[in-house]
Design a protein around this ligand. Structure first.
Ligand SMILES: Cc1ncc(COP(=O)(O)O)c(C=O)c1O
Length: 422
């Protein structure tokens, strides 16, 4: 295979998922030309059907006002139920193990309130060094909430020397050494900066062997690759919906609680009226009776206008099928990797397709200012990708809407820019 534009176009023609692109709004420049959007790892594109579904809610609000809670086209009181099947499909869960609610960090706090229960010697939390700031803030503040100190009770596992990635073996070794002091492991499905995808089944079972609770942050995994949360037996998982799930800025997040943790009803679950069983919620009685499933962790009534776009997007995933998307994603990322080879840049994302998703993280050699100029110049040339400190450009060809020809054009523009900015 020669990595040429002709080859890329042939791949696009042969792509069984090619028509899904037409169902998204592709951003344009001031002259109306389509931008080269490779930033779905940060904010996914808008499914065209999102407008229709949001307008439907606005129309129902205008037409029905408060009556919409029960009489809207999709009544608002049980609105989260519309999302459960699609989220269960993408996360590999049972529909009652998932719920759309809040946003990621809020959900993480709610899960930690239930599942981080330090006791005796087992008080620590294990995360990866360089975790997303919000995750670190959440666990550090939970430690403090329990009267503990992140300086001693937060273990941040660093990558092996001269590497950016953390092997599953290293996680297992850490759990063997320190497992009896660790109450909870919080691990990402895909690391936000490096793009490394982890073997979650292996990490969850290592955590459980060590007697720890296993929680997952799937911000960069859901919609990016198939998941099987129920079978991994993760205790809980949280995610946002604005990246690969294309549900729009600040969209409603999601949460998974394993069935066994639902039936065991945790000692501590923060409560609000929306987690109360729906049948008796409006009796407004002081006694709390939990709704069935993960829905019991809901606190407030859901933001309908930020949930409607998710419904539009989940529908597309169910049609495209996540296995087919994963196959195309592997092909897109491998094509990009091949095209980048002559540029002799360092990819900090693992080479093995099983250990990465859509995103490739490219280290730009030289001063930080050079990297920033490269990113800015790419922007001037109509390429949307992003930057993570101190020196990484993240690029994600997303199989629902990106094309092989776009990956080719990206490599050409990057080649040009690196030549312009030596
Ligand atoms: C890994 C990870 N954790 C947490 C967050 C924060 O999400 P939110 O603002 O929805 O709480 C993000 C957002 O990009 C993320 O990528």
């Amino acid at each position: 295979m020669k990595p040429t534009l002709e080859y890329a176009r042939a791949c696009d023609e042969a792509d069984v998922l090619r028509t899904f692109r037409e169902r998204f709004a592709i951003p344009t420049d001031s002259s109306g030309a389509q931008l080269l959007y490779l930033c779905g790892h940060s904010l996914g594109l808008m499914p065209l059907a999102a407008r229709q579904l949001v307008n439907q809610e606005l129309d129902d609000w205008a037409r029905l006002a408060v009556l919409g809670h029960e009489q809207a086209t999709r009544p608002w009181i049980p609105y989260h139920e519309n999302l459960a099947a699609g989220l269960a499909y993408l996360s590999g869960a049972r529909p009652d193990e998932v719920v759309a609610m809040n946003s990621l960090t809020v959900n993480l706090h709610l899960m930690l309130a239930s599942f981080y229960r330090p006791s005796g010697r087992r008080v620590k939390i294990l995360i990866e060094a360089g975790a997303f700031s919000s995750d670190r803030h959440a666990v550090a503040s939970q430690l403090a909430w329990h009267g503990r100190d992140a300086r001693t009770d937060l273990i941040e596992l660093t990558p092996e020397a001269r590497s950016e990635v953390i092997s599953e073996q290293a996680i297992e070794d850490c759990l063997k050494r320190h497992g009896d002091e660790i109450a909870l492991v919080l691990w990402p499905g895909v690391q936000f900066r490096t793009g490394q995808a982890f073997d979650l089944a292996r990490i969850v079972s290592a955590a459980h062997r060590a007697g720890c609770i296993a929680g997952l942050d799937l911000a960069h995994s859901i919609g990016n690759m198939p998941l099987a949360l129920h079978d991994y037996a993760a205790d809980f998982a949280v995610w946002c919906s604005y990246k690969y799930l294309n549900a729009g800025p600040g969209a409603i997040g999601g949460c998974f609680v394993h069935e066994r943790n639902i039936s065991a009803a945790p000692a501590s679950r923060l409560q609000g009226w929306w987690g109360h069983e729906a049948a008796t919620r409006f009796r407004m009685e002081p006694r709390f009776a939990a709704e069935a499933g993960a829905a019991a962790w809901q606190i407030s009534n859901p933001p309908i206008l930020s949930a409607a776009p998710l419904l539009a997007s989940l529908e597309l995933f169910q049609q495209a099928r996540i296995e087919r998307l994963r196959e195309k994603s592997n092909a897109l990322s491998s094509f990009l990797e091949l095209l980048l080879q002559p540029l002799e840049l360092e990819l900090i994302t693992p080479r093995a397709p099983a250990s990465r998703g859509c995103q490739l993280s490219i280290r730009i050699p030289g001063e930080r200012s050079r990297g920033r100029r490269v990113l800015d110049r790419l922007g001037e040339l109509g390429v949307i990708c992003d930057w993570r400190e101190p020196d990484v450009i993240r690029v994600a060809p997303v199989p629902l809407y990106n094309r092989f020809a776009e990956v080719f054009t990206f490599s050409e523009r990057l080649t040009q820019v690196l030549r312009e900015i030596p």
